[in-house]
Design a protein around this ligand. Sequence first.
Ligand SMILES: [Zn+2]
Length: 189
Amino acid sequence: MSGEKRNSEIVYSFKCPSCETGTIDIVKSIYDLPDGDKMLILKFECGDCNFHKNDIIPLTTNMDPGIMTLKVTNENDLKSKIYRSPLGKLEIPELELIVEPGPRADFYYTNVEGVLYRFENAVSLYRKNLTEGNPELDEIEDILNNLREALLGNFEFTLKITDSGGGSYIIPKDKSTYKFEKLERKKSE
Ligand SMILES: [Zn+2]
C-alpha cells in the first residue's frame, strides 16, 4: 500500500494469547492516501512469536474502556466488525453466552457472524457430551436453535462487550444499533 504514514502510537499492550510469553502491542497509525482520504490501520504484533494481524478501521472508532452494545436484528447487522481484546468480556444475554476476559481465551477478531459460529461450535460440542435424559438437554437445544436462527438474521439479540482496560471495539454496519457507555480506565498489570 502506498501513502504517507504518520502518528504511529502504541494504544494498548497485553500478553500474547498465542505464545503466552511475548507482549502484543497494538499500534495505531493514520495513513494519508494520495486522494486525500485518511485511514486508520491497527497492527497487532507479538515480539516473541509470529502472531500478527492487521485491521483497517474508521478513524472515528472508539477503543476507550467502556461497555459497547450492539443490537442485532437482521442479516446486515451480522457483518458488523467485532474485536474483543483479552481484557474484554463478550456476552449475548438472550442466549446466556459469555466469554470471560483472559489472554488464554480466543481472540474475537471477527464479525458478529463469526462470533455466532464460534458459539455454535462450542455449544454443539457441549451438547454431544450430554447423555439422553439429562435435564439440561432441552435448554441446550433451545440455545442451539436460537443460535442457528440468529445466523440467518431471524433472532434478535444484543452483543455486549465490557472492557475495563480498553482496546476492544465494534464497528457497526448500522450506527443506530450501537451504543457506548464510558468506563474509567483501570490500571492493568
Ligand atoms: Zn506471541
